[in-house]
Write a new protein. Structure first.
Ligand SMILES: Nc1ncnc2c1ncn2[C@@H]1O[C@H](COP(=O)(O)OP(=O)(O)O)[C@@H](O)[C@H]1O
Ligand SMILES: [Mg+2]
Length: 326
């Protein structure tokens, strides 16, 4: 996994921010401020590169993915694909863009229509976009089934007859049908049995090697992204707190939150593990209105942290972190 091949960015997030409206508690109450789910997130992903995004549940990972897919309005910033701003495309332009940017979602049970045959599920995007039909679409489906490691007769069956891992293969085949340059894989193995996770992660890697596709690969723990990512961004409460090449992150984590996440990766010695897990307290709760969002849980927090949000800056070559004290 060399990094030289990823030089030219394929997709970029530039200061992405997304807010969700918060409903009034009652009609006579003042309208609350919107919830800032993602704030000022910037990164770029090269061709054939995987950026892993890690953070606990509710930290804004899916929202970042949705922002790149054009599925949620941005409150500021932009998404750039091949040098082109894709954040405010018209309906028709967005549909054409969808060919190049696809998604694989977490739940392979909910995302496949149980009444459709697998061949029709995979062929649907080809037909919708007028790319292939009839025998051509049929041949393409056969090719895709083979590519994701499903038997040729799978096309005639319905999703309900497959295991979770196989369903995720179907979801991947459907995403690949359009030959996208970029795939947002949003926790694609989190809902699967531990025993099949590695197979699906390896499939993502093999497909990238064969097809040169780029991924934003979302997970809630560092163990899974390690196997697919070239670079990793750690998010906390909607902000990137650390970003670096994969090996740098595991070898020399900088941000106290990353360190805490790494401590939570199971280590063989259970006594050792218990001893190491005391570094982080509490859970993702109310976000402080000023200062570092991690400060309420941070063992290193000082007065400055509660006053002023630390910028994401290089602490070592190509290794960014947002912390005043690390
Ligand atoms: N459609 C929505 N409306 C309001 N709040 C939302 C919506 N989607 C997500 N959120 C909130 O935004 C935050 C980030 O959500 P999400 O991006 O799904 O996080 P993650 O994928 O990391 O679990 C969470 O607090 C979640 O409750
Ligand atoms: Mg999510």
């Amino acid at each position: 996994m060399s990094s030289e091949t990823h030089a030219a960015p394929l997709i970029e997030a530039v200061g992405l921010s997304v807010s969700y409206p918060v409903p009034r508690a009652a009609f006579w109450h003042r309208k609350p401020a919107p919830f800032r789910a993602v704030e000022d997130v910037s990164f770029s992903i090269g061709r054939g590169e995987t950026l892993g995004i890690v953070g606990e549940s509710g930290s804004g990972k899916s929202t970042i993915g949705r922002a790149l897919l054009g599925r949620v309005p941005l409150s500021s910033g932009r998404a750039v694909f091949h040098g082109r701003d894709i954040s405010n495309l018209s309906g028709g332009e967005m549909r054409r863009m969808r060919r190049h940017i696809q998604a694989v979602m977490q739940d392979p049970y909910a995302s496949l229509n149980p009444r459709m045959r697998v061949a029709d599920i995979i062929a649907e995007p080809l037909l919708v976009h007028g790319i292939a039909s009839g025998s051509e679409a049929h041949a393409r489906v056969a090719e895709l089934l083979d590519l994701v490691g499903l038997p040729a007769d799978a096309g005639a069956r319905h999703p309900g007859t497959f295991s979770g891992g196989q369903r995720q293969r179907i979801g991947i085949a459907r995403a690949l049908a359009m030959e996208p340059a970029f795939i947002v894989a949003d926790e694609p193995v989190s809902a699967l049995d531990v025993s099949v996770r590695a197979q699906i992660v390896n499939l993502f890697r093999d497909l990238q090697e064969k097809l040169g596709v780029s991924y934003l690969f979302i997970a809630h723990d560092l163990a899974i992204v390690r196997h697919v990512s070239h670079r990793i961004a750690v998010v906390y409460a909607g902000r990137i707190v650390e970003m670096s090449a994969r090996d740098d992150l595991y070898a020399t984590p900088i941000h106290p939150y990353t360190r805490a996440l790494l401590d939570a990766v199971p280590v063989p010695d259970p006594l050792h593990r218990r001893a190491r897990q005391t570094t982080i307290r509490g859970e993702l709760g109310a976000i402080p209105s000023a200062g570092c969002r991690f400060a309420p849980r941070c063992p290193l927090a000082t007065e400055q942290c509660r006053r002023e949000a630390p910028p994401l800056v290089a602490k070592a070559p190509a290794h960014l972190a947002a912390c005043w004290n690390a």
